[in-house]
Design a protein around this ligand. Structure first.
Ligand code: AMP
Length: 197
């Protein structure tokens, strides 16, 4: 299965992707995690990404598309994966479509986690307080506002993009964590039945 988890920063994509990947033998591919690792390792990609990430801007499309193209070719991805934080705009979604088509593959489902902005702000502030601001350079009110604005401007159009293809399922990300997981599982089961029939 090839899945996308779509949603604003702090919606719980990472947490939910971790749960679902374990249950389905998939690999969670978080471009944010990969970029943070590149920054920590001081690679060329990391140097290119560091300042953009700290202020909540997107890293250039060709950088993240290249990362995903390489990563999805690895043997551990052969059973499928969950893209968490990618694509972030329509250009990346189109690049992904091309990449998959060139391998005769396609996406199985896009799960959108819907959460209101006010709740996201509260979640991120809590995360920043818990980690004392040390874990992520972009977990502060200013960068978060930027990340939310970028989400609404550039990433939210993907909801319509995938709705048109007929593979979007929207889940209420404001429910309890376990309930959200159960809703995602139910959506995936439906997709699997659809695919089998
Ligand atoms: P995340 O962990 O998904 O919230 O991503 C953290 C930061 O990494 C984002 O604010 C961007 O600066 C960068 N980033 C992650 N994924 C992408 C992507 N697909 N395209 C561009 N920038 C990205």
């Amino acid at each position: 299965m090839k899945l996308i988890f779509l949603g604003p920063p702090g919606a719980g994509k990472g947490t939910q992707a971790e749960r679902i990947q374990a249950a389905h033998g998939l690999v969670q591919l978080s471009t944010g995690d990969m970029l943070r690792a590149a920054v920590a390792a001081g690679t060329e990609v990391g140097k290119q990404a560091e300042a953009l990430m700290a202020r909540g801007d997107l890293v250039p499309d060709e950088v993240v598309v290249g990362i995903i193209a390489d990563r999805t070719e690895q043997p551990d991805c052969s059973n499928g994966y969950i893209l968490d934080g990618f694509p972030r705009n329509v250009a990346q979604a189109e690049a992904l479509d091309k990449m998959l088509a060139s391998h005769g593959a396609k996406l199985d489902a896009v799960i959108e986690l819907g959460v209101e902005d006010s709740i996201l702000l509260a979640r991120i502030e809590k995360r920043a307080a818990e980690t004392n601001g040390s874990a992520r350079a972009d977990d502060n009110a200013e960068a978060l506002k930027k990340r939310l604005a970028v989400y609404h401007e550039q990433t939210a159009p993907l909801i319509g993009y995938y709705k048109n293809v007929g593979i979007l399922t929207t889940v209420d990300g404001m429910k309890e964590m376990d309930e959200v997981t159960a809703e995602i599982e139910a959506a995936l089961e439906l997709k699997e039945k659809d695919n089998a029939s």
